[in-house]
Design a binder for this molecule. Structure first.
Ligand code: MIC
Ligand code: SF4
Length: 643
């Protein structure tokens, strides 16, 4: 039996375990990336590990999230990251150079390599055949230090593409279709591998849109083959030498196959507040809108921008609409400036922002009260835009641009034809905003500069024998890390200041949570299915740790967040019978007696609800290594113990 592409790359990087789905495997990591909002913490953790130089083939730090600099905090953090990178062997992509995933795809990604990034959209690299995964900052720090990266061996689901997209139907509509079929938890424990004759009709940026937003499926990652289209893209980036052809064997086996005929797809939108609430644009046509934002790591390529410019050319944005445009990288920005597309966007009334995450992470451009915002982004979680009652719809650049002109939801297939976009033979190559680290012999001469915003991060302690605490919070299904630790312009500057951040923990669900935790010294959080989906931010574990949360008890976890809880030293526990969720109320006093022995013995846990006088059974679905980490009080303590 042949192998699929994901298995081939895993096999070539396998350091520990066997390739049996559901079991723990350890992988060698070739490349890492960080962004600034998770990077400060990742580099503080890297420093705490005491490894002098990174041991990866390439590690790159990007500054793209916290670029508003409303106060000294962001600039201090940027300076910290710049100097820590220079010293320890990491390339530094300066603010203004673009969004990490777009720049990494253009300039550094290599087919067949493994990449982990402290950002959940790292699977963008799957667009050129990388095995690229999002991870917590601590896992990235360990990988930079040459350590193994552990995941659960995924099952591999094939999306078999046939046909070709019709004009004005986009890659975004493909991934929205996959989300409609599989839902936000349909990818958990899986790699989504694309194949079939339809693959050859998609450009690299289109493939990258699809793998990027595969994060919203909860998938371990998504991947496309590396083929002639990939070679052309890398050649146009002046990197043909990085090309290797890669595909699944003819007789490769897959867990399941999902068929999508590209020629049958129509423009789609994800409705508030979930990326899998997919509806056809036709059915939404005519709905008045207030804002359109085009950009983010999902849809900010040159191809996206050229299509938008062609739709806007010679027209004016509707008077009731604010249209913002953020190109994904300086390469894209510069090329649009040179070929006139930028002028067309400006003339039409587009508000051009710098090439960064911007509105996607609530860094400005919050919509008006109860505003309807159409965004080409990947997440429309409640409150993420910065306006609590805004309604965010996720759409393609084509739908976004068409609607910006009319002021109402507009199906772009009703527009007059625009010139077909042809991928350039060569992109504008200019890496002058990427700083190389100093050679190892000069590293002692580099001083790492820290601002007053950088505070110590919390470290857990060895697991106690008995935990008796209240259920401090009970929440429902699909809680995102944006609920647990919100972002946005007011909060993001404090990503290296856990005490300050803690005031906002779970603010979207219950603003009294931090104060109540302080009052009773923390306790348990109870949740439903797919707890912790979305962003990879380890702050969603470190802040609860700081507030005294000792265990999170849910029906099921999202992958990255579960790993982050273990790394932080918080017990991730799952109800054996999901119906037991209903037996616990917020405020109940819960007891885990002999929890250390239970974890040591394999993770079968008994929880006594003292208030209800009821016992329920839970499981800690952690690997042997993770259970040792939990006993030691998290990854840092575990590493110290084993050093
Ligand atoms: C996001 O899209 O939510 C982010 C901001 O890029 C996060 C990382 C973070 O919270 O810093 C992600 O996707 O991992
Ligand atoms: Fe940035 Fe948005 Fe992409 Fe996250 S999803 S990396 S915030 S552009």
């Amino acid at each position: 039996m042949g192998m699929n592409l994901a298995e081939k790359i895993i096999k070539a990087h396998l350091l520990e375990g066997e390739m049996i789905p559901g079991t723990d495997i350890g992988l060698r990591i070739d490349q890492t990336l960080t962004q600034d909002a998770t990077g400060t913490m990742a580099y503080l953790e890297f420093e705490a590990m005491g490894v002098p130089r990174v041991k990866t083939e390439k590690s790159v730090a990007y500054i793209d999230h916290n670029t508003l600099q409303n106060g000294f905090e962001n600039a201090d953090d940027h300076r910290f990251i710049r100097t820590v990178c220079k010293k320890h062997g990491i390339y530094y992509s300066r603010p203004g150079n673009g969004i990490c995933h777009q720049v990494h795809l253009e300039r550094f990604g290599i087919p067949g390599k493994t990449l982990i990034g402290s950002d959940s959209h790292t699977p963008t690299g799957g667009g050129i055949g990388m095995l690229a995964m999002g991870a917590g900052g601590m896992d990235v720090a360990v990988a930079m230090g040459g350590g193994t990266y552990y995941i659960t061996m995924p099952k591999v689901l094939k999306v078999n593409l046939t046909g070709k997209l019709k004009p004005f139907v986009a890659a975004k509509d493909v991934i929205l279709e996959v989300l409609r079929i599989l839902s936000v938890k349909g990818g958990v424990g899986r790699v989504i591998e694309y194949g079939g004759e339809g693959v050859a009709t998609l450009t690299v940026p289109e493939r990258a849109t699809i793998t990027n937003m595969g994060a919203e499926l909860g998938a371990t990652t998504s991947i496309f083959p590396s083929d002639e289209v990939t070679r052309q893209f890398l050649k146009a980036q002046g990197r043909e030498q990085d090309y290797t052809p890669l595909c699944a064997d003819e007789d490769a086996a897959y867990e399941t196959v999902v068929d999508i005929d590209l020629s049958k797809l129509e423009p789609a939108a994800a409705m508030p507040h979930s990326p899998d609430a997919v509806e056809s644009v036709k059915n939404l046509a005519g709905l008045p809108i207030d804002q359109v934002c085009i950009g983010s790591c999902t849809n900010s390529s040159l191809q996206d921008m050229m299509k938008v410019a062609a739709i806007l050319k010679g027209k004016t944005v509707a008077p009731t609409v604010s249209l913002t445009i953020s190109p994904g990288s300086r390469q894209v920005f510069n090329m649009m400036a040179m070929n006139g597309a930028l002028a067309d966007i400006i003339a039409a009334g587009g508000r051009v922002l710098e090439c960064a995450c911007g509105p996607c992470i609530g860094m400005g451009q919050s919509p008006n009260s109860a505003g309807i915002s159409l965004r080409t982004f990947n997440r429309n979680f409640e409150g993420r835009s910065g306006t609590a009652d805004a309604k965010v719809f996720l759409v393609s650049p084509e739908t976004a641009a068409a609607s910006a002109l009319t002021g109402v939801f507009t199906d772009p297939t009703t527009l007059a034809p625009i010139p077909e976009f042809v991928m350039p033979d060569s992109f504008l190559i200019n890496d002058n905003m990427v700083d190389a680290p100093v050679p190892v012999e000069e590293m002692d001469s580099v001083e790492v500069l820290r601002g007053p915003n950088i505070k110590e991060f919390p470290v857990s302690h060895a697991l106690e024998h008995t935990i008796e605490k209240p259920a401090v919070l009970k929440v429902g299904d699909n809680i995102t890390t944006d609920h647990i630790m919100p972002a946005g312009a007011k909060i993001l500057p404090y990503r290296s200041n856990i005490p300050h951040l803690s005031q906002f923990c779970f603010g979207v669900c219950d603003t009294t949570f931090p104060a109540r935790c302080k009052e009773v010294g923390g306790g348990f959080v109870i949740g439903g299915e797919n707890y912790g989906q979305g962003s990879s931010r380890e702050h969603a574990a470190l802040v609860p740790l700081y507030l005294g949360v000792r265990a999170v008890i849910v029906k099921s976890f999202a992958r990255i967040h579960c790993a982050n809880l273990v790394n932080a030293g918080i017990l991730p526990l799952v109800f054996d019978d999901p119906a037991d969720y209903d037996t616990i109320d917020q405020g109940d006093i819960l007891v885990l007696d002999g929890i250390d022995d239970a974890i040591r013995a394999g993770g079968k846990v008994t929880l006594v609800n003292k208030t209800k006088n009821k016992t329920v059974t839970l499981s800690c679905q952690a690997s042997d290594r993770q259970r040792e980490m939990l006993l030691a009080g998290g990854l840092l303590n575990y590493t110290r113990e084993n050093a």
